[in-house]
Each structure stands twice: as structure tokens, then as C-alpha cells.
Design a protein around this ligand. Structure first.
Ligand SMILES: *Cc1c(COP(=O)(O)O)cnc(C)c1O
Length: 392
């Protein structure tokens, strides 16, 4: 098994670049240059410096003693929630904004669902003094007012997507239409999705998570490898980063957790690996939730960051080859896990990250089993949801 994509961006049968002809030059320019740029000394110096002094990396690897006691295992939390802007997404936007600058781009385009990627993009555009346009579904603009305000304060132009269900999928379609119209714009994608080379580029930029984990585990346990890594999967970028340097180490168990919404078979779910079939979405071949006519089925999760009808091609491949185990958690299980972590460790996790925590009670754990849960983000943005459900 090979976990790096081939020259055409395929992981096994998944990946590739299914794009309109007009975008071919842009994607080709990125494809020809991204590895050269990422591996250059100049990029590495600037990227590492910003991650350290601007984002606050390395993020701590925290031994959660009371959580460990409760579940009878040795559980560490990789604290991506402590990053500037509150999640792992900034690792990727810092990297891509530097790549955009190397390519001479001055205008940045992004789409966002809950607004987390939009905020991380608007942040790095402010940092670099670049123009920023963010497409966001009209429904999401109403649901995620605080993030819309943050983006505006950061100087981004937020454009409502008014087609279809007015959510992420529609924002993506309109962003792509804009990109065709203004091809000198740099399209900054927020997860390991989209046409090649985006999935591989974003995975490389998030790989800093597992790079740090190796050093921190060695320091704290004497061994670089944990037994198990657990991460939630929307598009799959925080999981890709947490798994990246362990993909070839078969003895490290990788667990990807999807959002089951009201239950996998309820019709209100986002558990793509359980419900999806092979198809093309947002420029790559992967598994996605679709009906018998190939129309995308609207996903549902209480967590806006996991509410996506596909997964990145790397995850489709990890699922198909069984290198990773795919589990899922319902809204209710995620809420319970979030309340529990808050009560016993004093950490309010993002609803997305709470899905990763929610599989702990479903696992058969050993006392000396070293587990790392990737805590992808903090829960400030979810407080309204948490408080609403607490009082029920
Ligand atoms: C966006 C987001 C996710 C889901 O995106 P991935 O690409 O699957 O990582 C998970 N957690 C948080 C906190 C997010 O903001």
C-alpha cells in the first residue's frame, strides 16, 4: 500500500482532477510548483516561523489523567484547540498563503461552511495584506453570524451563495464559477478535498500535527508511536495531519470518526463512508453521499464542520484498504462527550472534535494502550448549541 498520490493525484482509484477546461492552467501551475515551493528552504523558514510565533506551535500534547482513568487507557489530547483562531485550519491557510505569494497572487478566494475556514483565510489575508473574497451559503451566513462578523472585521468580502440549499456545496459551486471568471485569483481550499494537487498539498501542510506528536510522545512515553490515533473527519484535513507520519507504520491503529447526525440510517447523517458510493465531487473522485441519479444527498450533523457529503480521496482510500477504521458518533453522543471533557478536564472542545472523543466509550481499551485524540478545535463557536442542549 502506498499512501502518497501518484503523478496524477490518485490514491488507488480515488483522487485526480476533474475540472473545467478553463481552470486547467491554474491547477497545472499549482501542480507544477507546490512541492518545489513547500520543500524550499525559504518557504520552510517562513512557514515554521509563523507557526511558532503567530499560531503558537507546537501545540501541547496533554496527558488527560482523569479522562484516562475514566476509560481505562492512557489518553493524550493533541491540543489544536489552542492554535490562533481556535482550530487546526490555520496550519493550512498559513501554508497556502505563502504558496500564493510565491506564485505572485494578490487576490485570495475561499468558500466556507460554518465559517471556520473563512476566518482562518481572512486572518492570513489580513496578515499578508492580500484581498480576500469568501463565498458562504446564505443559510450559513444567518446561522454563523459571529464568524461572518469576524471575517468582515478582518477585511474579507463575504459573498452570499443563493443557489440550491444555500449551504457549503452551493458556496463551493459559486466559488468555482468566480475562479473561472477571475483566473488570476488563488483558490485557497480548506480541507484535503478538491482537484489534485489540493488534497496532497493540504495533507502536507497539516502533517505538522503528527510531526510534533512523534517528538512529544518520545519525550513523554519514550516511544514515538502511540497505539491508536483518533480524529474526526469532515473533509478529512485534521485527520490527515494527525495520521500523516504514521500511515506507513501499520502497528499504529488509525480511527476516523464521522458524524452520524441523528443516526447512520436515519436519513439525517453525514457518515459518508457508511452511506457513500464512488463519484466525483468538487473536482475529485471519492466516496460521496448520492441518490440513485447521482445527485448529492444533503448531509446533516449538529456540527457544521462535519456536515459535508464527501470525504477527501486519501480517506476514501484509507477506508477501502482498511488502513483506517471508520467509526461514527451521533449528535447526542458528541454533545455528551463535550460535556464530559468540559467537566472532567476543564476543556470545552469544538463539536467536531467531540465526535472523536465520543467513540472512547465504544472501544475495548487496555490500561497501557496509548491513545492520541486529535482535539481539532475549541468550543467557543459552539457555546450557543451547548447551552441550548444543556437546558433540555
Ligand atoms: C473544519 C473543522 C473540522 C472538519 O474539517 P477536517 O478537514 O475534516 O479536519 C474539524 N474540526 C474543527 C474544529 C473544524 O473547524
Amino acid at each position: 500500500m502506498k499512501f502518497q498520490p501518484d503523478n496524477n493525484g490518485y490514491y488507488g482509484q480515488f483522487g485526480g482532477a476533474f475540472i473545467p477546461e478553463l481552470l486547467y492552467p491554474n491547477v497545472k501551475e499549482l501542480e507544477d510548483n507546490y512541492i518545489k515551493i513547500i520543500e524550499s528552504e525559504e518557504f520552510q523558514e517562513e512557514y515554521k516561523d509563523l507557526l511558532k510565533h503567530y499560531v503558537g506551535r507546537p501545540s501541547p500534547l496533554y496527558l488527560a489523567k482523569r479522562l484516562s482513568e475514566k476509560y481505562g487507557a492512557t489518553i493524550y489530547l493533541k491540543r489544536e484547540d489552542l492554535n490562533h483562531t481556535g482550530a487546526h485550519k490555520v496550519n493550512n491557510t498559513i501554508g497556502q498563503i505563502l504558496i500564493a505569494k510565491h506564485l505572485g497572487k494578490t487576490k485570495i478566494l475561499a468558500e466556507t461552511g460554518a465559517g471556520q475556514h473563512g476566518v482562518a483565510t481572512a486572518t492570513v489575508c489580513a496578515l499578508m495584506g492580500l484581498e480576500c473574497v469568501v463565498f458562504m451559503g446564505e443559510t450559513d451566513i444567518q446561522r454563523q453570524a459571529p464568524n461572518v462578523a469576524r471575517m468582515k472585521m478582518l477585511g474579507a468580502k463575504v459573498v452570499p451563495a443563493t443557489s440550491g440549499s444555500k449551504t457549503l456545496k452551493d458556496a463551493t459551486n459559486e466559488a468555482i464559477r468566480y475562479w473561472i471568471q477571475y483566473p488570476d485569483t488563488y483558490y485557497l481550499i480548506g480541507s484535503v478535498v478538491g482537484p489534485h494537487p489540493y488534497p496532497d498539498m493540504v495533507a502536507r501542510l497539516q502533517a505538522v500535527i503528527s510531526e510534533e506528536m512523534k517528538v512529544q510522545l518520545k519525550e513523554q512515553t519514550g516511544k514515538e508511536n502511540p497505539d491508536t490515533i483518533i480524529a474526526c473527519v469532515g473533509g478529512g484535513s485534521n485527520a490527515a495531519g494527525a495520521f500523516y507520519h504514521y500511515l506507513e507504520d501499520k502497528e499504529v491503529e488509525l480511527i476516523a470518526v464521522e458524524a452520524a447526525g441523528l443516526g447512520v440510517s436515519s436519513g439525517e447523517s453525514a457518515a459518508t463512508s457508511q452511506l457513500g458510493e464512488v463519484g466525483v465531487i468538487h473536482g475529485s473522485k471519492t466516496i460521496l453521499m448520492q441518490d440513485e441519479y447521482g445527485q448529492i444527498v444533503e448531509p446533516y450533523s449538529i456540527s457544521a464542520g462535519l456536515d459535508y457529503p464527501g470525504v477527501g480521496p486519501l480517506h476514501a482510500y484509507l477506508h477501502e484498504t482498511k488502513r483506517a477504521t471508520f467509526m461514527n458518533a451521533t449528535d447526542k453522543e458528541a454533545l455528551d462527550a463535550a460535556y464530559e471533557l468540559t467537566k472532567i478536564e476543564g476543556i470545552i472542545p469544538a463539536l467536531e472534535s467531540a465526535h472523536a472523543l465520543a467513540v472512547l466509550p465504544k472501544m475495548d481499551l487496555q490500561k497501557d494502550q496509548v491513545i492520541v485524540v486529535n482535539l481539532s478545535g475549541r468550543g467557543d463557536k459552539d457555546l450557543e448549541t451547548y447551552i441550548k442542549h444543556l437546558s433540555q
